[in-house]
Structure formats: structure tokens, C-alpha cells
Design a protein around this ligand. Structure first.
Ligand code: SF4
Length: 227
């Protein structure tokens, strides 16, 4: 099967323990206003135009075996350091069938696997993929359905159903909250996040002040400019 990715980043530090390689999948069903990887949203191959006119093609098609081979380049270093591969994006679960082909190929080489996900995927696909992983970074963006719809375009109940399953699954996980000024970083929201975590691990990610930098390169406008 063929998948579509837009970057493979080696020796990443913030996507899990040890030495890791992170692969960014192209395409995401959500449209978070603060998304700092807008080139990961569309499933189509796009061209970014950098300042000075340099063109960069975002997105390439790759087979499951080719991707596994590429990700396994540093398998020894990853395995010795307690690291592994992290699936990110975009939304990796938007290519769940492809992931289900890649995962066994990496596991056969002893590589531990993590995912960074919004949890915005059909329950059957979420469960099929997540149950095979060693760690899950599960986004918690907003806890109010109306606000979730307004800021991400999605239906919160889809995420909530998957999180309910995750809590009981036995798969190690951590919640991750991207703190966005004026959206979800007030004291009430933080209190609600802590209560929601209910003893589970939860990390707060500071707002990325460069979040909007790639939008003009894609001919798009960053709606949260100036926050
Ligand atoms: S879920 Fe992630 S990749 Fe998708 S739009 Fe939101 S921030 Fe961007």
C-alpha cells in the first residue's frame, strides 16, 4: 500500500523518550486555528514558496516497505537509547490502513512505536492502530463541544469516545494540551484539563509563537496572527 508523508525528521527530542525518528503524515481531518504544520492538513501534494522564491514540494508517496526501511536507518541507536519511531502529522490515523502495514514491519526490527494524535478518527481504526503501539501522545485541545467545533472544525464526541477507550486500553499514554492564548489557557480551562486528566499524565505545550510562519508560504492567511 502507498502512503503519503511530508517529512521524516531524525534525532527528534520532544516526541518521546530516547533517540527518535518522527515521520509526519500528510492530511488531517481537523483545521485547528493554531496549527503550526499547515502543510500537514491537506492530503494533496502542495508547493510552499519560501521568502526569496524557493519552492519546496510538500508531500511524497511511499510504500510501506520503503517507509519502514527509511525509518529503520537508525534502528540500533534508537533501540539502544530506549527510543524509537513516532508517527505524527498531520493526523497519522487519517492513513490508518497504511499504518497497519508499516507497524509490523517496524516491530519486526524491534523498534518501539509512539503516535502523536488528535484522536480524530473512527473508533475502529483508532483501536486497531493504538493497541499495537508502545506509547500514545493524545491531544486534548478543548473540552467544550461548541468551542472544539469553532476552533478545530471537528466533533468532540469522536475524540471523547477514543479517549474513553484509551484510558482502559492498558496502552501507556500522556495527554497533551497545546496552550493557545485567548482560547484555552485561562485558569478555568487549566483546572478543567487537570480534572479531565484525573490522575493520568498530562503535559502542557506552550504556544508556538512561530505557528503562523508557514501560512503565507502556502498562500494562506493565519487567522490567529498577533496573539
Ligand atoms: S490536529 Fe494537528 S495537524 Fe490537524 S489541524 Fe490540528 S494541529 Fe494541525
Amino acid at each position: 500500500m502507498i502512503g503519503r508523508i511530508f517529512e521524516i525528521r531524525e534525532f527528534t527530542l520532544h516526541d518521546g523518550p530516547g533517540v527518535r525518528t518522527t515521520v509526519f503524515f500528510k492530511g488531517c481531518p481537523l483545521r485547528c486555528a493554531w496549527c503550526h504544520n499547515p502543510e500537514g492538513q491537506s492530503a494533496e501534494i502542495e508547493t510552499m514558496v519560501r521568502k526569496g522564491g524557493e519552492k519546496v514540494v510538500c508531500g511524497r508517496d511511499i510504500s510501506a516497505t520503503e517507509l519502514a526501511d527509511e525509518l529503520a536507518t537508525n534502528a540500533d541507536i534508537m533501540n539502544e537509547s530506549g527510543g524509537g519511531v513516532t508517527f505524527s502529522g498531520g493526523e497519522p490515523l487519517a492513513q490508518a490502513q497504511f499504518l497497519l502495514e508499516v507497524i509490523p514491519l517496524l516491530k519486526a526490527r524491534g523498534i518501539r512505536l509512539a503516535i502523536e494524535t488528535s484522536g480524530y478518527a473512527p473508533a475502529s481504526e483508532y483501536r486497531a492502530v493504538v493497541s499495537q503501539l508502545d506509547f500514545v501522545y493524545q491531544d486534548v485541545k478543548l473540552l467544550d463541544a461548541e468551542a472544539f467545533k469553532r476552533w478545530t472544525g471537528g466533533d468532540l464526541s469522536v475524540v471523547q469516545e477514543n479517549i474513553s477507550w484509551l484510558r482502559k486500553s492498558g496502552v501507556p499514554y500522556s495527554f497533551r494540551v497545546p496552550l493557545i492564548p485567548g482560547v484555552n489557557d485561562d485558569a478555568t480551562s487549566r483546572g478543567a484539563f487537570a480534572a479531565f486528566a484525573a490522575g493520568s499524565k498530562i503535559e502542557y505545550l506552550p504556544y508556538n509563537t512561530a505557528a503562523g510562519s508557514k501560512y503565507p508560504m502556502l498562500g494562506r492567511v493565519y487567522s490567529l496572527e498577533g496573539i
